[in-house]
Design a protein around this ligand. Sequence first.
Ligand SMILES: NC(=O)c1ccc[n+]([C@@H]2O[C@H](COP(=O)([O-])OP(=O)(O)OC[C@H]3O[C@@H](n4cnc5c(N)ncnc54)[C@H](OP(=O)(O)O)[C@@H]3O)[C@@H](O)[C@H]2O)c1
Length: 274
Amino acid sequence: MYAEGAMTADGSFADRYGPWALITGASSGIGRAMADEVAGRGIPCVILSNEQEQLERARDELIAAHGIEVEAVCVDLAVADVADRIGAQLGDRELGLLINNASFGRTGPFGSDEMDTYRRMLSVNIDAYVALTHRFLPAMVKRGRGGVVFVSSLNSLVPGIGRSAVYSATKAFETSFACGLWQELLDTSVDVLLVIPGPTRTGFQEEAGTKLASWAMEPAAVAGEAIEQLGQRLVHVAGDVNQVLAGSLQRLALEPRVEIASWVLDEALIKGAL
Ligand SMILES: NC(=O)c1ccc[n+]([C@@H]2O[C@H](COP(=O)([O-])OP(=O)(O)OC[C@H]3O[C@@H](n4cnc5c(N)ncnc54)[C@H](OP(=O)(O)O)[C@@H]3O)[C@@H](O)[C@H]2O)c1
């Protein structure tokens, strides 16, 4: 369930970010928790992932929990015409909220994965974010209301982490893209929120081949905190520990910042020692 917030008390969250929300990567983890937050605030959701069965399970749970319309759209975000495919599935439904959340990562020295894996990562973590924003943002601006949420990562504040060079570069792109859009949209009524999670207890770790840091958060906590910030500020760093880490890292010159962040990745996520 969602936390009560200023914009939920009088139903204005739905007025501002409805009539429909699209949440990518909503079959599990942070995206699934974001869908709970949004549906709980009365906005019908289109949830998207690449695995039909899990997606349909998430849809059924959301409908049962919130009694709201939820549609499951199974699409591989790596395909070149992703925005057209999703646009066709949405039909004439108007999107007031786009949550760009789906990404995947890998760890290991550059070259330890095939080029196809890196290409796929660039497509899902970068191309799809740009394509969906390009497709759905103009109508929000024209309508004079809406929101775009980017779920990036603590590593994007470094930027650049050894043994995660491609993934961390995709997240740095996302953070940079979100910040640029936020500035461009300041004179409109469309809000941009950049969510910066640190380690979070999701299926991401298995895909990335990492361990869970001792300070890992639950996805519901990340999503609950984040959605409260939509329309309030540009950046939300999830959780106290990640806020301290983000603040400390950003005070360092680039080289020690990269060294320390790479060490934290190694110790916490690869060796599981922190
Ligand atoms: N977990 C962490 O520690 C952590 C830390 C920092 C940032 N983040 C960020 O948080 C966001 C959410 O990650 P998560 O931790 O919630 O991971 P997750 O549990 O693995 O969820 C990822 C979601 O993205 C979907 N997805 C992945 N590839 C896809 C594709 N090609 N097409 C369509 N959907 C795809 C997955 O669905 P299917 O696989 O079923 O398609 C799933 O729904 C990501 O942007 C990640 O970078 C996570």
